[in-house]
Design a protein around this ligand. Structure first.
Ligand code: KG4
Length: 335
């Protein structure tokens, strides 16, 4: 089989990452420079600071990725970069760097949707995973139910109408004093609590999500009673989020069945898919409904360039090519 070495470049938010991946599934290196420490003191990502740090770091991260993979620039067959969705200034650093590399090395450039990258992180963890499947995409900027028909063919069948689920985790964490990034901190604290507080769940006629009512309910409870047991509040919030996501996933499987699509593979993706409680609940669902559940290994759940290289590989095979007019698209959609 012919070998294709893809260099992935990711800079959509606060991680500068470059990865070298062989044939879409074998990670030779995946270097991630996270700016969490820098943004922590502001309680969230400051876009301008993120862009400046990407500029400072990207060459260092790229050289380290080559070194760890034991390859040189001459070995790279394809450059794949995230061009959206994300912070425009942050995205532009990766896009410009990728364009310059592609031009100077005279190798094809492939533009990758960040959400497609999160989905593709599963191809690295599960070497035998192939579409079609239903992806439950849960990250800091997006929450979607995606019917993945093929490697580069997607149908969004449900999406959030307001906050992304990770955003809700982060805002709840900030208000109850856990700091940034909130998801992992809520996850940890919830393990010490009991989910004994009733919180609102929102459903629509279609498969859309809404987490802003739930987020506001948690914030109001904390404001009314600052001495409320935070671990119980975190556990109740997490349980409610999980129930909404699992119920909509079950509805999505039924809806696909009504269209004569028998989808028994459920693939989780995005930062929130590393949540301990949500993973456990999906494992329960797999037993209850005879579904196969896949989730990426923890280090591939949050932003990284290996997932961009994996998605870029399949886009490349599908004939997708970008040119020097490629621009960052902050609100890029999957379809
Ligand atoms: O996928 P990601 O790196 O960002 C986007 O592409 O948007 O996800 C980051 C999000 C943050 O909101 C973070 O709080 C959340 O994922 N997160 C978690 C956990 N780890 C990260 N949320 C809940 N539980 C976790 N263990």
């Amino acid at each position: 089989m012919e070998e294709t070495i893809v260099m992935g470049i990711e800079s959509s938010c606060d991680e500068t990452s470059v990865s070298i991946v062989k044939n879409g599934r074998e990670v030779l290196s995946n270097v991630i420079n996270t700016q969490i420490d820098i943004h922590e003191k502001f309680g969230g990502v400051v876009p301008e600071i993120a862009s400046r740090n990407h500029v400072e770091n990207i060459s260092i991260v790229m050289k380290e990725a080559l070194k760890q993979a034991n390859v040189t620039l001459k070995d790279i067959d394809v450059i794949a970069c995230t061009y959206g969705p994300g912070l425009v200034g942050a995205l532009l650093v990766g896009v410009s760097y990728a364009k310059a590399l592609s031009y100077s090395l005279n190798v094809p450039l492939v533009a990758v949707n960040h959400i497609e990258g999160h989905i593709a992180s599963n191809y690295i963890t599960h070497k035998d995973l192939e579409p079609p499947f239903l992806c439950v995409m849960m990250s800091g900027g997006n929450t979607q139910l995606v019917y993945v028909k093929d490697y580069t063919d997607f149908e969004v069948i449900g999406k959030t109408r307001d906050d992304a689920v990770g955003e809700a985790f982060d805002k709840v964490a900030r208000v109850i004093g856990l700091g940034y990034p909130g998801g992992p901190k809520v996850d940890k604290l919830a393990q010490e609590g009991t989910p004994n507080i009733n919180l609102p769940q929102t459903y629509f006629d279609d498969l859309d999500f809404s987490f802003s009512g739930l987020k506001t309910a948690v914030i109001n409870l904390h404001h009314k009673d600052p001495n409320i047991n935070k671990a119980d509040l975190a556990a109740s919030f997490e349980k409610t989020v999980s129930e909404v996501i699992i119920n909509n996933t079950k509805r999505a499987v039924e809806e696909l069945k009504n269209r004569n699509i028998n989808c028994n593979k459920i693939v989780l993706a995005g930062g929130v898919s590393s949540n301990t409680y949500i993973r456990k609940e999906f494992d329960e669902l797999s037993k209850e409904k005879d579904l196969q559940i896949y989730y990426p290994e923890l280090k591939l759940c949050t932003d990284n360039a290996a997932m961009i290289a994996a998605a870029g590989y399949y886009e490349y095979l599908n004939g997708s090519r970008a040119d020097m007019s490629l621009n960052a698209i902050p609100n890029l959609k999957l379809q």
